[in-house]
Design a protein around this ligand. Structure first.
Ligand code: EPS
Length: 385
């Protein structure tokens, strides 16, 4: 393996295209475009999304990195064309000098020495997350080869918190319920209440955030490391989730609530079931999963559980108190087409950035130049444990 799995994106919200450049994939992985496009389609949906999603129909094109649809070990370059590309047309993309509180507008304009926030906002926009989903979908294709599956959904918003409890045995049924929900929430009652909240925000010219959750099933113990602080899998997951536009917090397992319980009520008791020796946890089960599947920066065989908090979108139809960057007068912040809530989309993005980090850690442990080499390392590990 020449390099750890990594990716970069390029592209502006209203530029020509979005691009994901993924490096470190082994040779021999089939790139299933239908699967990637399906996930891109999921990201475009959700109650509360703006008009942009009616313009776009995100689909991926492979520019480099495969032969007959299969990776050859070289960097994989994916492209999503923006239908609404008009960045160079000043008449269609007017300057924005009244920064929106909560957006990158003000800090970016000061940083780049301009009174036009557009230079910053075009790249700060969550449109870029389409490229992250494409990269994460490739990571999911890799993980699926080893029986590792991800499940992302919306846990709640405002005063609504669903009590669904995904597990190895119920997550596929919950996935069906999630896909039937307009806000990616597998709990029909909570789903309807979130929709009602977003509807109310829309009529009040306001916006709504919420909580997204991702569960990862089927990963063997020992992926990640306790040896290097910056390679701990929990740390990498937190980094990736906090890197999503508008995310303000991340928790693993019990998360913040760990601080309010005694140790005996936090740590997950270990039990052994010889019948389950062949399963992904090698028979070492837990009676709870407060650790969210991660101890010492490594997977422990239980499902990985990550929760992220998204703040409400900062483009408010009613505006917020701001200052005009040219006149320095007190004004209301500028409005341009946006979403009332993108929480459903954010849950898809989060699922994919989590998948990417798990795939990266998996390859660091079992990596090779080819899928066959990964298979060899993976089966040797399973046999030796
Ligand atoms: C997005 C596309 C954008 C916004 C949103 C996410 O489209 P447009 O700005 O052209 O309406 O809907 O971006 C933001 C929330 C933001 O702050 O820029 C998308 O494809 O996800």
């Amino acid at each position: 393996m020449a390099t750890p799995l990594r990716y970069q994106t390029a592209g502006e919200s209203h530029g020509n295209s979005l691009v994901a450049l993924i490096d470190g994939l082994p040779e021999g992985l089939r790139i299933d475009l239908e699967f990637i496009n399906h996930e891109l389609h999921r990201r475009q949906g959700g109650y509360g999304r703006g008009a942009r999603q009616r313009i776009e129909s995100d689909t991926v094109e492979v520019l480099a990195g495969t032969r007959a649809g299969i990776t050859i070990g070289s960097p994989l370059c994916l492209r999503i064309v923006n239908r609404d590309h008009r960045l160079d047309d000043a008449a269609k993309t007017p300057a924005l000098s009244r920064p929106r509180p909560g957006h990158a507008d003000l800090a970016g304009s000061l940083k780049y020495g301009t009174t036009d926030c557009r230079g910053t906002l075009e790249r700060a926009s969550a449109r870029e997350t389409a490229a992250r989903v494409a990269a994460g979908a490739v990571a999911r294709l890799f993980l699926q080869a080893w029986g590792v599956e991800t499940f992302g959904f919306v846990r709640g918003a405002m005063d609504v918190v669903s009590s669904v409890s995904p597990s190895v045995s119920n997550w596929t049924a919950l996935k069906t319920a999630r896909d039937a929900s307009e806000v990616a929430c597998p709990d029909p009652e909570a789903s309807q209440r979130i929709i009602d909240i977003i509807h109310r925000a829309k009529t009040e010219r306001d916006t709504v955030g919420g909580w997204c959750e991702t569960h990862v099933f089927g990963c063997v113990p020992g992926v990640g490391t306790c040896m290097h602080w910056d390679e701990r899998l929990d740390a990498r997951l937190a980094y990736a989730v906090m890197g999503i536009q508008a995310f303000k917090a991340v928790e693993i397992g019990l998360g913040r609530a760990c601080g309010s319980r005694f140790g005996s009520k936090v740590h997950d008791a270990i039990v052994y079931d010889a019948q389950a020796r062949e399963s992904s946890h090698f028979g070492f089960e837990r009676t709870s999963n407060n650790a969210g599947g991660l101890e010492g920066g490594m997977t422990n065989g239980m499902p990985i559980v990550v929760q992220g908090t998204m703040k409400p979108i900062s483009t408010l139809l009613q505006g917020m108190p701001s200052v005009d960057l040219i006149t320095h007068e007190a004004v209301q912040s500028q409005y341009e087409r946006s979403d009332v809530s993108a929480i459903a989309a954010a849950s898809v993005v989060m699922e994919h950035v989590v998948a990417f980090e798990v795939a990266r850690a998996f390859l660091l442990k079992f990596g090779g130049d080819t899928m066959r080499e990964v298979e060899g390392a993976y089966s040797r590990y399973r046999a030796s444990v």
